[in-house]
Design a protein around this ligand. Structure first.
Ligand code: GH3
Ligand code: MG
Ligand code: MG
Ligand code: MG
Ligand code: MG
Length: 315
């Protein structure tokens, strides 16, 4: 895996090759009713190794988009039968924001207000025909980079850097509305709060790095055990929250018990070191008026699990 930092140590040629290889996974959709214009753009993009899709009208473009929602960039002509480029922008924007898919409008029409019209209707950028390949590549790269930067920032904003689990913010963003809706419908939800026992002792005895390793190991176990049943988040320090959407109270309790045991039985030390670690769990199941309320309930039970001697579930 090549990071932005490590890339700086590559030669210019190596960087070009890396870029070409990376472009293979980037989908660009060309929309133009003229076969010549379409082929010209397709050739330019294929030369840079992009994965190119094409459509002859706005209608066809929307069909392509629903088959390939991972398209990053749409390059669209203005004048087309059935649905023109401006209408296409509108339609795409009713489903995807400017931060999810870039649109570049293209037209040879000598109408100075067309640029503004494209952008007002949701295009990110505009190219006036005829253009030189250099300008075309600049706009393509710039608009794809914009989308990718937003993707990176969004991923980072949702993820806990140490464990790779979702963070508290994302957990709330995703689930608060779901829980409010469940409350209205009278449907229950299942949620668990988990906190590693006496974790301070682990840090004190084995060092902060080992503590970090154990947090990562615990998180990946959580993901393995529950990743397919709901959402796993790191809430803070050595505290995790699980939304167990696919499980009712009894199933959730049995599965959490399995998890609790396998963690307790596992040696988390390396190089012959024996390090054991246990976890306490509070499980809540019900139709609470908000996510906060359900979390409070689970938190209260977690506290009871700690008081009762740790390494146990209170449901
Ligand atoms: P309890 O069983 O009551 O939960 O005891 P505890 O020691 O786990 O609880 P306490 O809240 O006293 O201590 C939590 C510790 O977790 C203290 C803190 O240094 C450690 N911690 C929090 N975040 C991290 C982290 O990112 N890495 C490491 N290594 N330690 C962390
Ligand atoms: Mg046309
Ligand atoms: Mg504590
Ligand atoms: Mg703890
Ligand atoms: Mg804690």
């Amino acid at each position: 895996y090549i990071t932005k930092e490590s890339r700086q140590s590559f030669t210019y040629l190596e960087q070009l090759l890396i870029k070409l290889r990376e472009n293979q996974d980037i989908k660009v959709l060309i929309v133009d009713d003229s076969v010549n214009s379409r082929m010209h753009l397709i050739r330019l993009l294929r030369r840079q190794n992009y994965e190119v899709l094409s459509a002859r009208t706005g209608i066809e473009a929307l069909k392509q988009l629903s088959d390939h929602p991972d398209i990053k960039l749409i390059i669209t002509d203005k004048e087309m039968p059935e649905m023109d480029g401006i209408k296409l922008c509108n339609e795409v924007r009713s489903q995807y924001s400017k931060d999810e898919i870039s649109i570049v409008g293209v037209s040879g029409v000598d109408n100075p207000s067309l640029t503004a019209k494209f952008i007002k209707n949701g295009a990110n950028d505009f190219l006036k025909k005829p253009f030189c390949p250099e300008e075309f590549y600049c706009r393509v790269t710039q608009n794809i980079e914009y989308i990718e930067n937003i993707e990176t920032i969004r991923r980072q904003a949702h993820t806990d850097a140490l464990t790779g689990l979702y963070n508290r913010r994302y957990f709330f963003q995703q689930l608060a509305p779901v829980l409010a809706n469940r409350h209205e419908q009278g449907e229950p939800s299942t949620l668990a709060m988990l906190d590693i026992d006496l974790f301070k002792n682990i840090n004190d005895s084995f060092g902060h790095q080992t503590g970090d390793d154990i947090l990562q190991a615990t998180a990946s176990m959580l993901q393995q055990h529950f990743g397919e049943d709901g959402l796993c988040a790191r809430f803070g320090g050595e505290e995790f929250c699980l939304f167990l959407d696919q499980l009712d109270q009894t199933e959730a309790e049995a599965r959490l018990e399995q998890f609790r045991r396998s963690l307790a039985d596992m040696n988390l030390g390396e190089d012959g070191q024996d390090i054991r670690c246990t976890i306490s769990i509070g499980l809540a199941h019900g139709c609470e008026p908000s996510l906060d309320a359900l979390i409070n309930q689970a938190d209260h039970r977690l506290y009871q699990a700690k008081s009762a001697g740790r390494n146990r579930i209170v449901a």
